[in-house]
Design a protein around this ligand. Structure first.
Ligand code: 809
Length: 580
């Protein structure tokens, strides 16, 4: 039963939707009660001083090696189970990629983190029997929360200290959900609120855009670092005012993640709102191939932690810096690819009622799809991936995201800021993302660093693309120019960009072909229906013919019978003659 339960949790961690993942990840207490540290992690964790990991130490290779080399491949049944696990999880580096280049070498060893991970899950090796562990393992507020599928067979013991009624009020209201809009815009009786009511909300009568007063602040929920316990820090990949970003492996699933640890803002401060906004936005957005995927967020000691998808190609800014050193720039084809893919991500964000407001090269992350070697040693790719690009650009850092209809604007980088935002005109917010995207592409095309202010800053806001040191087609330059038009209405929407002939020349043809195909499919379906009807009619006719033949036959025979019984004139004489 325990094994079944562990497999369920493994597969859910690797493949389920974000919401389910959160069910698992947010069961912090549940994870702690499973107590992986009692399965051999403790020594490693204890050796890492809390302060140590906060300092900017590079990954200790010996520690990593130790971690890699422990646990030889166990005999059955564990091995069988690990094989099942392997077959279930094709990608166990970054959850969205086949492998990560920086770690792929070590993965090829027979002692993979998978087995180590599995060893850590060998709860039966500990003095705890599965039974005793399960009785220790309680889901939070199990009285009200139905455990996820696969956990339902467990008998749950409610937490002694849980108080559902008080806990229920301590939940944040995500201002980006349709429900909070509904409450903001309508009275409980369903009537729409008047404009004055919207501008001057009566406290308590509606959800304010500021966070509710009685909310779950970013409080440390436990004393043990979940970060240390659940993740192995590999390297620091970024540092800024916001905090630091680390590349980590999650001990349980062996996948690589990007984890941002930032100083926890003061409860109730605007910084706290900003920090929560990022999490709210991720949670509402769900999954899109061109938006960095979010897995979990939590607070511990003085830190606020967010666990995201790791993009193995760094940021677009990293590549631009490298290009600048080498005197190179992205060629036309790649520039169009960046513009198209980021537009797709923006279309998704905008259609979800949100705007990013900090589009720039350092917030666009790159994922390189890596071909995996098949059993024959040849490179393989999934058939479904055949037409997808080898490089995927993703929008990340949702720290400035706000809602289109009820904006709380925190200005992004001034170099990419549209003039109307500076003027605090927020009627066309999505077009500010389009403006920033055009300048991002101009930089990728080789434009010189953008000004923070001054004459050139204003020149660009008049609709002039900064000089680009390569020959690009006129129509492409015109499109970039339109994207920074001083009038935001004139700028194309993200949706329009995703269909634009400059970026998708065959899009029109594809639409036309698709329409033709649909028409043909309709015709085929109709013909099939007619054919069916004809066949049915044929069968009915056959049946009818058969039926009437039988009827005739039976009528004849019954007539004969009755003639015999009643006796017709001729028959009577006949029967008398012949029969008797
Ligand atoms: O890959 C990343 N995903 C993120 O969300 C993220 C990532 C990176 C990288 C890519 C490394 O190949 C470099 N830096 C500096 C990143 C920052 C983030 C990030 C940004 C995170 Cl984890 C949270 C908020 C904002």
């Amino acid at each position: 039963m325990l094994i079944q339960y562990l497999l369920a949790s493994i597969s859910s961690t690797c493949s389920v939707s974000c919401a389910n993942m959160d069910d698992w990840d947010n069961s912090n207490e549940f994870i702690q009660r499973l107590d992986f540290s009692s399965c051999g992690e403790d020594s490693e964790d204890k050796s890492v001083n809390e302060e140590d990991s906060l300092s900017l130490s590079p990954p200790r290779s010996s520690e990593f090696q130790k971690w890699q080399e422990s646990s030889p491949l166990p005999a059955t049944p564990q091995r069988k189970l690990s094989e099942i696990f392997l077959s279930r999880t094709k990608a166990w580096m970054s959850p969205t990629l086949k492998s990560s280049p920086s770690v792929s070498k070590s993965w090829s060893k027979p002692e993979t983190p998978l087995h180590i991970t599995w060893k850590k899950l060998q709860l039966c090796d500990t003095p705890h029997t599965p039974k005793s562990l399960l009785s220790k393992t309680a889901f939070p507020s199990s009285a009200t929360k139905v455990p996820p599928k696969g956990f339902r067979h467990l008998r749950l013991t409610p937490r002694a200290d849980s108080d559902d009624s008080s806990q229920a009020s301590l939940v944040n209201i995500n201002p980006f959900t349709p429900e909070s809009y509904r409450q903001m815009l309508f009275h409980p009786n369903g009537k729409r609120k008047a404009r004055e009511e919207l501008n001057d909300p009566h406290p308590g009568s509606q959800i304010k855009q500021e966070l509710p007063t009685n909310r779950y602040t970013l409080k440390a929920s436990n004393m043990v670092s979940r970060y240390k316990k659940e993740f192995l820090e590999l390297e620091k990949i970024g540092v800024g005012e916001f905090g630091s970003v680390y590349k980590c492996i999650k001990r349980l699933d062996g996948c690589v993640y990007a984890i941002k640890r930032s100083k926890r803002p003061l409860a109730g401060s605007s910084d706290e709102q900003l920090a929560l906004r990022e999490v709210y936005a991720h949670a509402v957005l769900g999954h899109h191939p061109h938006v960095v995927r979010y897995y979990s967020a939590w607070a511990e000691d003085d830190h606020m932690i967010i666990q995201n998808e790791h993009c193995n190609g760094g940021s677009l800014q990293d590549v631009l810096l490298e290009n600048a050193k080498l005197g190179q720039y992205f060629p036309e084809g790649e520039l169009k690819e960046i513009l198209l893919q980021v537009s797709m991500g923006l279309k998704y964000i905008h259609n979800s009622g949100l705007v990013h407001l900090d589009i720039k090269p350092s917030n666009i992350f790159i994922c390189h799809k890596l071909a995996v070697s098949g059993p024959t040693g040849q490179e393989e790719s999934d058939s479904e991936d055949e037409f997808s690009p080898g490089v995927v650009y993703k929008i990340g850092d949702l720290g400035h995201v706000t809602s289109i209809t009820n904006p709380q604007v925190e200005e992004g980088d001034r170099r990419f800021l549209a003039n109307e935002i500076l003027q605090e005109q927020y009627c066309y917010l999505p077009k500010a993302d389009i403006f920033a995207l055009a300048l991002t592409v101009a930089l990728a095309a080789g434009a010189a660093p953008l000004p923070h202010n001054g004459a050139l800053w204003h020149h660009i806001r008049k609709g002039n693309i900064p000089p680009i040191p390569q020959k690009l087609p006129h129509c492409f330059l015109e499109l970039l120019k339109l994207m920074i038009h001083p009038d935001p209405v004139q700028r194309p929407s993200a949706t329009a960009l995703t269909k634009h002939p400059v970026l998708r020349p065959s899009y029109g043809k594809a639409v036309q072909l698709q329409e033709q195909l649909n028409e043909e499919k309709c015709k085929t379906a109709m013909l099939e229906r007619e054919l069916k009807a004809a066949r049915l009619a044929q069968t009915l006719m056959k049946d009818q013919a058969l039926g009437s033949a039988k009827l005739q036959e039976s009528e004849t025979s019954s007539k004969q019978k009755s003639k015999r019984l009643v006796g017709g004139k001729s028959c009577r004489s006949f029967s008398f003659t012949l029969g008797y």
